[in-house]
Design a protein around this ligand. Structure first.
Ligand code: S3P
Length: 424
C-alpha cells in the first residue's frame, strides 16, 4: 500500500490514549500460557506480532477466548503440547527468540519459521546460550527456521555480549523450568518486562544491577492489564515537537525506566515534554505526557542509553534533523539487525528527504536544523518502525511524499493513522 503524506500547516492538538505495548503483550500470552488456570489479559495489542505469538500458543494447546477486541481469557493446564506443524513467528523477532527459550525449557519439540525479514535476522545469539544449557537446537547458518528437539536442560551463568531483552528473556524462560539457578548478565540494562511480569506471576526471579537470576518456578494465573506502548507514543512525541503550534496529551503511556530513553533525549534537546501523572498497572509504571512544539538543540546518544530507546532511533533521527547542531548517535550497531538495517535505511531515506545525515558503522551523525524538501517516494523494507518514522517526517516536508509498503505499520500499531487523524 502506498501512503501519501502531506505537510501539516496547523499544529497537532488534543489528547489520545496510546494503544497496548507490543513487548508486554507478547509476554502476557507466553507467561499466562504456562500458568495452570484462567488468566485475563486486558488491553491486548491489535498488532500483528503479538497475534503471531497467540497463534503459536493455540498450536501448543492453549485456549484463548476474546471477551471483546482486547480482553482475552487464557485457559491453560500449565503444560504445552507438541505442535503438529511448524510455528510461524511472522515478522516477530521477540516471538522467535523468546518462544525458542520457553519451548526448550518445557522440553517441547518444534520448528519455528518466519517471514522474509525475520529469516534474515541473526539467531546465533540465542542458539549459543541454549546449546550451553543442553538444548538440542539448530538452524541453517544461524537463521530461521529453527528446530528444537526435546532435551533435558541444565542451568547456566551466562555473560551476554549484547544488551538484548530478547536474548536475556530467552535464557530466563529456559531457566524457568530448569533445576538450579540460571543467571544472565548484560553489558547494560535492557527492557525488564520479562522480569517484572514473571515476578508478578510468582516466579523466583531476582535482579541485581545488570544480573538477573531465576530458579525453577510455577506461575500463577493473573489478570494482566497492559499499558500503552512508549515506542508507539514516540511517533506522536516527535511529531508534536517538530510540527509548529502543536500541543498534545498522550494518555496511558508505559513509563518503565528501561524504556524511557526518548524522554531523556527530549529533555537534553530542550523539548517541552512533561509527565502529568503516573501510577502502577500490573507491576509497570504508566502515566500521561504533555508535549508542545519546541525549539530544539542537538545532543549525543550512546552507551547505556541505547537499549532504553533502541526502537525509537529511526524517529529520533527525524527529530534530530530539526535540532540545531550536530546530533551523534553511536553504540547502536544492533540496529542493523532489526526488521531492516535501520541505520542504512534511515540514512538513505532521510537523505532523499533533504536531511544532512551521515551513516556511521554503529549509528548516525545528523546536522540540523535542515528543512525537509520531500517530493519523493520511499520504501519501508518490511519494517513497521521505518514506515511510521517516514510518515512523521512527511508531516514537515515541503512537498508531499509517498511511502511504499505503509501497511507494515500494522505489525505493531494498526491504529497509527486513525490516531494521527484525531489530532489533526
Ligand atoms: C524487544 C527487545 C528489543 C526490541 C524489540 C522488542 C522485546 O530487541 O528491539 O522490538 O520485546 O524484548 P533486542 O532485545 O534484540 O534489542
Amino acid at each position: 500500500m502506498k501512503k501519501r503524506v502531506k505537510k501539516l500547516y496547523k499544529g497537532l492538538e488534543g489528547s489520545i490514549k496510546i494503544p497496548s505495548d507490543k513487548s508486554i503483550s507478547h509476554r502476557a500470552v507466553m507467561f499466562s500460557s504456562l500458568a495452570n488456570g484462567k488468566s485475563v489479559i486486558k488491553n491486548f495489542s491489535k498488532g500483528q506480532d503479538p497475534h503471531s505469538t497467540m497463534n503459536i500458543f493455540k498450536q501448543l494447546g492453549i485456549n484463548f477466548e476474546f471477551k471483546d477486541s482486547q480482553t482475552v481469557i487464557v485457559t491453560s493446564s500449565g503444560k504445552l503440547t507438541n505442535p503438529y506443524a511448524p510455528l510461524d513467528c511472522g515478522n516477530s523477532g521477540t516471538t522467535m527468540r523468546l518462544v525458542s527459550g520457553l519451548l526448550a525449557g518445557q522440553q517441547i519439540s518444534a520448528t519455528l519459521t518466519g517471514d522474509e525479514s525475520l529469516s534474515k535476522r541473526p539467531m546465533k545469539r540465542i542458539i549459543e546460550p541454549l546449546t550451553l544449557m543442553g538444548a538440542d537446537i539448530s538452524a541453517i547458518d544461524g537463521h530461521a527456521p529453527i528446530t528444537i528437539k526435546k532435551a533435558e536442560l541444565h542451568s547456566i551463568d551466562y555473560h551476554s555480549k549484547l544488551a538484548s531483552a530478547q536474548v536475556k528473556s530467552c535464557i530466563l524462560l529456559a531457566g524457568l523450568n530448569t533445576d538450579g539457578t540460571t543467571t544472565v548478565t548484560e553489558p547494560s540494562i535492557s527492557r525488564n518486562h520479562t522480569e517484572l511480569m514473571l515476578k508478578y506471576m510468582g516466579a523466583n526471579i531476582n535482579t541485581n544491577g545488570k544480573t538477573v537470576s531465576i530458579t525453577k518456578s510455577i506461575l500463577e494465573p493473573k489478570t494482566i492489564e497492559i499499558c500503552g506502548d512508549i515506542s508507539s507514543a514516540a511517533y506522536f512525541i516527535v511529531a508534536a515537537l517538530i510540527v509548529p503550534g502543536s500541543d498534545i496529551i498522550l494518555k496511558n503511556v508505559g513509563l518503565n525506566p528501561t524504556r524511557t530513553g526518548i524522554l531523556g533525549v527530549c529533555k537534553q534537546m530542550g523539548a517541552n515534554v512533561e509527565i502529568l501523572s503516573s501510577e502502577t498497572k500490573s507491576g509497570e509504571p504508566v502515566g500521561d505526557i504533555r508535549i508542545q512544539y519546541s525549539s530544539l538543540k542537538s545532543c549525543n546518544i550512546s552507551g547505556e542509553t541505547i537499549p532504553k530507546l533502541i526502537d525509537e532511533l529511526p524517529v529520533i533521527a527525524v527529530l534530530a534533523t530539526q535540532a540545531a547542531g550536530e546530533t551523534r548517535i553511536t553504540d547502536a550497531k544492533d540496529l542493523r539487525n532489526k526488521e531492516s538495517d535501520r541505520i542504512s535505511v534511515t540514512v538513505n531515506a532521510l537523505k532523499k528527504l533533504g536531511a544532512n545525515i551521515e551513516e556511521l558503522p554503529d549509528g548516525f551523525l545528523i546536522h540540523g536544523k535542515t528543512p525537509l524538501t520531500g517530493g519523493v517516494e520511499l520504501e519501508t523494507f518490511h519494517d513497521h518502525r521505518i514506515a511510521m518514522s517516514l510518515y512523521v517526517a512527511g508531516l514537515i516536508c515541503q512537498k508531499e511524499i509517498l511511502i511504499d509498503g505503509f501497511e507494515w505499520a500494522g505489525i505493531s500499531f494498526p491504529e497509527f493513522e486513525e490516531l494521527f487523524n484525531e489530532l489533526m
